[in-house]
Design a protein. Structure first.
Length: 367
C-alpha cells in the first residue's frame, strides 16, 4: 500500500483536542511538512504554548490514529516531534558575573579528580585570576577539607533585596559545598531530586560575584547531577581527569561521550592525566609508571583533544589534601610546577574555545 500525505492527514482528523471537540488538523496543529520514506513517516505537531498540558497524550493519540486509520505497518512511533508558536521563556543568567564555567569530571572515582580541581583552582588564583569552586560531589564532598575550610558555615547576607549565601574564601578561592551544611561524619542520603535542588540553590542563591573561572567539581561517573548542571548553567567546557590505566580510560571515554553528545553539547577543553608516574621525594629524577605510561596521552591523541597536563604522584599531594594546604601553593615544588603548567594550559584552552566556538547553551531537556 502506498503511503501519501493525505492518508496521514485524514487519519489525524480523528484526533480531537481535549475539551474543544475539534480535531488537530482543523486547529492547525499539524505541520504541512510531512516526510514519507517508504513506510517511515515523520511529522510535527504545533502547539500554541510552550508547555501544552495535553501534548504527550496528543502524540500518542496521533500515533495510534495513523496505525489504525492509515496502515498498521507505518513506522510512526518516535517520529512525531513538537514545536511551539510561542517562544520559550528566556532563562535567567544565574551567574551573571562569571566569565567561564568549567566542569571538572572523571569517568570513575579514585582518580584524584577533586585533588586536581582544588589545585587547579588554587593555581589559577595564584596567577591573579578570580576563582570560585562549587563542590557538586553531593555524596562525597571533599573541597572543604582540601581547602582548609572544614567547620566553616556560610552566612546569609542581604544583597539588593535578596538573602544570599556568602561563599567561604580561602587560599584566594571562593567555595561552596554541601559539606558546609552537614555534619562531616554523617552520610548524605538524598534522592536525586533533593540533591539537584540543593546544587541549584548553591548556584542561584549565592553571591558568587565577579569571577574569571568557576570550577564545578562533579561526582565521578555520569548521573543526575551532571544533567542538573548542564540544565542549570552554560558550561564553557569540561576537563576530564583520568589515570593512565585502561580501566580508568574506558570510563573516561564514557564521560567524554556524555558531554559531547548531541543533547548536551559541552566542549571538551582537554584531558588531565593524574598519577602519571611516581616520584619519591629522595629521588626526584626517578619516574615509576605504576599505573601504566601515557595512557591518557594516547586517549587525548586518539580523541583529538588536548592533553592539558600530567600530574605525578608524590607524598606531598596527599599530605596537602589532608592538611588543607594544596601543593599548588608551593609553585617551586615538582607538583606545584605541574599544576601551574596545568593552569596555563587551561587558560589557553578556554581562550581558544571562546574564540572558535559559540557560547554553550543551557540544555533545556535531556531524554
Amino acid at each position: 500500500m502506498a503511503i501519501y500525505p493525505k492518508l496521514i492527514i485524514d487519519a489525524l482528523r480523528t484526533v480531537r483536542y481535549p475539551g474543544t471537540g475539534k480535531d488537530i488538523v482543523t486547529m492547525g496543529m499539524v505541520d504541512e511538512d510531512i516526510h514519507i520514506d517508504g513506510m517511515k513517516v515523520s511529522l510535527t505537531l504545533i502547539t500554541e504554548k510552550v508547555n501544552d498540558p495535553f501534548i504527550k497524550s496528543l502524540v500518542k493519540m496521533a500515533e495510534q490514529a495513523i496505525l489504525t486509520h492509515a496502515d498498521k505497518d507505518i513506522e510512526i512511533k518516535g517520529n512525531i516531534s513538537v514545536k511551539s508558536k510561542q517562544a520559550p521563556p528566556a532563562q535567567p543568567d544565574l551567574l551573571p558575573g562569571v566569565k567561564n564555567i568549567i566542569a571538572v569530571a572523571s569517568g570513575k572515582g579514585g582518580v584524584g579528580k577533586s585533588t586536581v580541581c582544588t589545585n587547579l583552582a588554587v593555581a589559577l588564583a595564584q596567577k591573579g585570576y578570580k576563582v570560585g569552586v562549587l563542590d557538586a560531589d553531593i555524596f562525597g564532598p571533599s573541597i572543604p577539607k582540601m581547602l582548609d575550610a572544614e567547620g566553616e558555615r556560610p552566612v546569609l547576607e542581604e544583597v539588593e533585596g535578596r538573602d544570599l549565601i556568602m561563599p567561604i574564601m580561602n587560599h584566594g578561592v571562593k567555595m561552596l559545598s554541601i559539606g558546609f551544611f552537614v555534619n562531616a561524619d554523617d552520610a548524605v542520603v538524598w534522592r536525586g531530586s533533593l540533591a539537584s535542588n540543593a546544587l541549584k540553590q548553591l548556584i542561584g542563591d549565592a553571591d558568587w560575584g565577579e569571577l574569571d573561572y568557576f570550577l564545578i567539581d562533579l561526582p565521578p561517573g555520569t548521573s543526575d547531577i551532571h544533567l542538573t548542571m548542564v540544565q542549570t548553567v552554560s558550561i564553557t567546557g569540561a576537563v576530564i581527569v583520568s589515570t593512565p590505566q585502561e580501566v580508568a580510560l574506558a570510563d573516561a571515554r564514557k564521560g567524554i561521550s556524555m558531554f559531547t553528545g548531541d543533547k548536551v553539547g559541552v566542549p571538551i577543553l582537554g584531558l588531565v592525566e593524574n598519577m602519571a608516574w611516581f616520584t619519591p621525594a629522595e629521588l626526584p629524577e626517578n619516574k615509576y609508571y605504576i599505573f601504566g605510561k601515557d595512557g591518557c596521552k594516547r586517549l587525548a591523541e586518539e580523541s583529538g583533544y588536548e592533553l592539558l597536563g600530567q600530574i605525578p604522584i608524590v607524598q606531598s599531594i596527599r599530605e596537602g589534601g589532608d592538611d588543607g594546604k594544596p601543593v599548588a601553593l608551593n609553585p617551586d615544588s615538582i607538583t606545584g610546577m605541574a599544576f601551574a603548567a596545568l593552569a596555563d594550559n587551561v587558560v589557553d584552552a578556554v581562550d581558544k574555545r571562546n574564540r572558535e566556538l559559540p557560547k554553550t547553551g543551557v540544555v533545556e531537556m535531556v531524554r
